[in-house]
Design a protein around this ligand. Structure first.
Ligand SMILES: [Zn+2]
Length: 150
């Protein structure tokens, strides 16, 4: 993003958050050269982000995939939809805050788990069990123990 003050091509993102309309990201940027700050609103769809999957294949970032995972994990739990959306928004903002063009799918998975841990313990374990592909009961129990200890 070009600096509107001095025209330098590289500016640093210092903060990203979902805008009120929820389909764009509000970014605070700072110019490395002149130090001035400015705000941009970028449509999520126009920010290219490619997800690198375990088998090294790539696909375009898709919010609905995170949504599906989180909603499934919260199924029949006393978690309000607003809370779920908040979690997804904050995951998405954190993702775009990284300002990277490619992201490993496991990094997203870890982010989701991190947020779910604070949201609901059952949702967290559900997500983790699918995501981490627990090989046996012991790894599953380890994960539960970790929650109980914290
Ligand atoms: Zn500048």
């Amino acid at each position: 993003m070009k600096c509107p003050f001095c025209g330098k091509a590289d500016t640093k993102v210092i903060d990203s958050r979902p805008a009120d309309d929820n389909s764009s990201i509000r970014r605070r940027r700072q110019c490395d050269k002149c130090g001035k700050r400015f705000t941009t609103y970028e449509k999520v769809e126009t920010i290219p982000l490619v997800v690198v999957k375990k088998d090294m294949t790539r696909e375009l970032y898709d919010r609905s995939k995170i949504e599906k995972g989180v909603y499934k994990s919260c199924h029949k739990l006393p978690v309000p939809v607003e809370k779920i959306d908040e979690v997804i928004d904050s995951i998405e903002a954190a993702l775009f805050n990284l300002e990277t063009k490619e992201i490993q799918s496991n990094v997203i998975g870890e982010m989701v788990m991190d947020k779910l841990k604070d949201l609901d313990a059952v949702a967290y374990v559900r997500f983790a069990s699918i995501y981490r592909e627990f090989k046996d009961v012991n790894t599953f129990m380890d994960e539960i123990k970790k929650i109980l200890d914290s």
